[in-house]
Write a protein that binds this ligand. Structure first.
Ligand SMILES: Nc1ncnc2c1ncn2[C@@H]1O[C@H](COP(=O)(O)OP(=O)(O)O)[C@@H](O)[C@H]1O
Ligand SMILES: [Mg+2]
Length: 735
């Protein structure tokens, strides 16, 4: 801890020109107004705070009393066991390292300490693989508590995860956005998810507009985000939108992993400028950056250089030349300081001793600096007294909120942590917003549903023409069975489109739920409900094209049941595929698994081999075959009429070697058979009804309605399982 406080002083010393908080014009006006009405109490400010931030786009702090937040971290150490996992796809690292199982531990962070202050940007630098992302993850509570050693405090208090989730934001390295929404819509949906329900719609809109200006996105506000297939906003704008959706609630601490990577220098500069503005609005900004340009460097307040998880420099950019000068490698005037430093670190890493000398030097340098500072403090206490009083975390947050910060939390009094709502909205609102977003998205991409409908219609038409007006002969019966088996498996196969849909959304979903934008259950419910209308349309299209064309029996009643069964099959199929997409996170692998499993389902459905012929050790698969239930339902729907004759006496010889014999001989044969059996079988008497067909197919255990209910129940079961995969699979934390 002792090393944590003094560096701030050093920063003030070397950055005397930059005041800690730049008041904006709005703030100044506000300040003037407030000094003119001094009777305004904190609680009334608290009520008005939201209005200020919404109107101005900046928290209107009364700058006479600013209570800075200080995020300190001390001696952070994190290591992972590098071992061969028993997974399908072994992690490439363990293969590359070729280590023996359960042995090596790899130290990713090694005693990293530092401090970040409100109004400042702290940047983590280092070559790729040096541990930047790991450090940001550690600070942002994205590493499981028991694996991370060391302390992280905000204003000397250890934060719990719940609290941190409310007051902080983490911006991922990738831009995970819905491509078909405009910038404004994207931010508005984020506002609806994360801003409290007490805030009116117009206030939320105002906040979005303020944010658009703060992010410098005014010109792109009405443009869609776009993707590979659609023209959209530029890379820099997209990055700023990504930042925007995470800071919609105006967090106190903002973490960003390489927000500038992949951007051209102008866009990168714009992004950091936006971040600087955010910091000055009363936030702590912690970001990693790969290689900052000279201009970006001028916006950063504090740097931490990492090499193999160890600190090799921490301090202000201004101190870099002094530090490296004293180390014996002065930075030439003409060189970019950070580039020089990074190159030097890289060179040292390649030497046999590694960066050990630099790490050691940094430690001793810090110690001497601290000493100097203490001496300076001893002479004049002015530095200490000029520092704003350090408030407890609770008071600091309250003060911050009363200044209009933290639009989301708005906790009122005493018990802060428990009064912070975990989710901003009730489940119904969340479902509504998720549905609205999903509908907007699919409306902008009608081709997705169009293709699906087309596929179903084409299959329906092919089946209709192939099986055109089947008759009631023994051959017709066989063909009917074939039609049903194919029709039912088609419904399942056309559900496979759900795989990429969820996989695409998966990371957006993970990002949003990681910071409690909404409940996972709302997501599952909203998506289940939303899938129903399209399933109904698809089912109707399929049932209508095939039912009469194929000549299925039973009239309107039977048609309705056929339609419901197809709906149920679509429902079960889409639920099943959705569940699988939650388990298998790779598109191609997902398709392979889905197609294989559906093929097995068909194999065990009872069409190819009836239940009584399935080997006993495979019979369980028959019962979990999703295709079995809708298949049996439609078969019973077709053949459950006991009066319907499917094989007459004369047709008994069809499909047998006697099939070609003339009719008169067949009649004679029937007569002789009747005599032997003691029955009266004529050419027109019925030897097989629909019920006999069902019996022959082994369809005796469930009624057709039960088959329908079971199919629907499967759908629900898989939705519930999907929910659990989301619960387990989106922990979003390293171990
Ligand atoms: N789970 C893990 N197991 C083993 N090594 C890991 C794991 N996670 C990260 N690493 C390694 O830790 C180092 C630091 O990673 P990271 O923090 O992502 O680096 P940076 O963001 O600076 O590029 C890298 O060498 C990376 O390969
Ligand atoms: Mg990284």
């Amino acid at each position: 801890m002792s090393s944590a406080a003094p560096p701030t002083l050093e920063l003030r010393e070397f950055n005397p020109k930059r005041p800690r908080v730049h008041p904006t014009l709005g703030e100044l006006l506000q300040w003037v107004e407030q000094t003119q009405t001094p009777d305004r109490t904190t609680s009334s400010q608290h009520k008005n705070g939201l209005d200020h931030v919404l109107d101005l786009g900046f928290p209107s702090s009364s700058i006479s009393q600013s209570y800075p937040f200080v995020l300190s971290f001390n001696n952070l150490t994190y290591s992972v066991k590098v071992r061969r996992k028993m997974s399908l796809l072994p992690s490439s690292k363990s293969v590359k390292l070729g280590v023996n199982p359960n042995a090596n531990t790899k130290i990713l962070l090694n005693g990293v300490s530092g401090e970040a202050r409100e109004g400042q940007i702290m940047a983590v630098l280092g070559a790729s693989g040096s541990g930047k992302s790991t450090l940001i993850d550690a600070l942002a509570d994205r590493i499981a508590k028991d694996s991370l050693k060391g302390t992280i405090t905000l204003n000397d208090e250890v934060l719990n995860s719940r609290m941190l989730k409310v007051i902080s934001a983490y911006v991922m390295q990738d831009d995970l956005l819905f491509p078909m929404l405009t910038v404004e819509e994207t931010l508005m949906f984020s506002a609806e998810f994360r801003l409290p329900r007490t805030l009116s719609k117009s206030k939320k809109q105002a906040r979005v507009q303020a944010l658009i200006d703060q992010l410098g996105l005014r010109n792109a506000a009405k443009t869609v985000i776009g993707d590979e297939g659609h023209r959209g906003v530029s890379g820099g704008e997209r990055r700023r939108v990504s930042i925007g959706i995470d800071i919609i609630h105006d967090p106190i601490v903002l973490f960003l992993d390489e927000p500038t990577s992949g951007l051209d220098s102008t866009s990168a500069f714009m992004v950091v400028k936006v971040l600087r503005r955010i910091a000055q609005s009363g936030s702590i900004v912690v970001m990693s950056v790969h290689q900052p340009s000279y201009r970006i460097l001028s916006l950063l307040d504090r740097l931490i250089f990492l090499s193999h998880g160890q600190t090799v420099y921490s301090g202000s950019p201004a101190n870099l030349p002094v530090f490296f000068g004293e180390f014996g490698h002065p930075i030439p005037e003409t060189e970019n300081r950070t580039e020089f430093a990074l190159d030097l670190i890289r060179e040292l890493e390649e030497t046999p001793g590694g960066t050990k000398s630099l790490v050691e030097f940094h430690k001793s340098w810090q110690v001497t600096k601290n000493q100097k500072q203490r001496e300076a403090n001893g002479c004049s206490n002015s530095v200490r007294t000029s520092m704003p009083p350090k408030l407890s975390l609770k008071d600091a947050i309250s003060a911050s909120i009363s200044r209009g910060k933290l639009v989301s939390g708005a906790p009122n009094d005493t018990n802060l942590a428990s009064s912070v709502p975990t989710f901003a909205n009730p489940i119904w609102t969340e479902m509504l917003v998720i549905s609205k977003r999903s509908v907007t998205n699919s409306r902008r991409m009608p081709e997705l549903f169009g293709i699906r409908l087309g596929a179903v219609l084409v299959t329906g038409i092919i089946l209709a023409t192939m099986f055109w007006h089947l008759d009631d002969s023994p051959r017709g019966v066989e063909e009917r069975l074939g039609f049903f088996a194919f029709a039912m498996s088609t419904t399942f196969y056309t559900c496979a489109e759900a795989i990429p849909v969820f996989l695409q959304e998966r990371y957006i979903f993970m990002r949003e739920t990681a910071y409690n934008a909404y409940r996972r259950s709302s997501y599952v419910l909203a998506h289940s409900l939303l899938s129903i209308p399209s399933l109904l349309i698809l089912s109707l299209a399929f049932a209508a094209t095939t039912f009469w064309a194929v000549g299925l029996a039973g009239g309107l009643h039977a048609f309705l049941f056929f339609f419901f069964t197809i709906c149920a099959a679509f429902w079960a199929g889409s639920s099943f595929v959705t569940f699988l997409s939650g388990v298998v996170t790779h598109v191609m692998l997902g398709y392979t698994v889905v197609v294989a499993i559906l093929a097995y389902f068909l194999l065990f459905s009872g069409f190819f081999i009836s239940r009584d012929r399935i080997p006993p050790y495979w019979i369980w698969f028959h019962y979990i075959s999703l295709v079995k239930y809708p298949y049996e339902a439609v078969l019973q729907n077709e053949f459950d009429d006991p009066m319907r004759c499917l094989v007459t006496g004369i047709q008994m010889f069809d499909n047998t070697p006697l099939g070609e014999v003339p009719t008169s001989i067949k009649l004679k044969l029937l007569k002789n058979m009747s005599n032997v059996l003691g029955l009266n079988i004529t050419g027109s008497s019925c030897v097989t009804t629909g019920l006999d067909i069902l019996k022959r197919q082994g369809i005796t255990d469930l009624s057709k309605w039960n088959c329908l209910w079971i199919t629907i129940a499967w759908g629900f079961l898989f939705r519930i399982l999907f929910y659990f995969t989301l619960l387990l699979g989106s922990k979003n934390k390293r171990r």
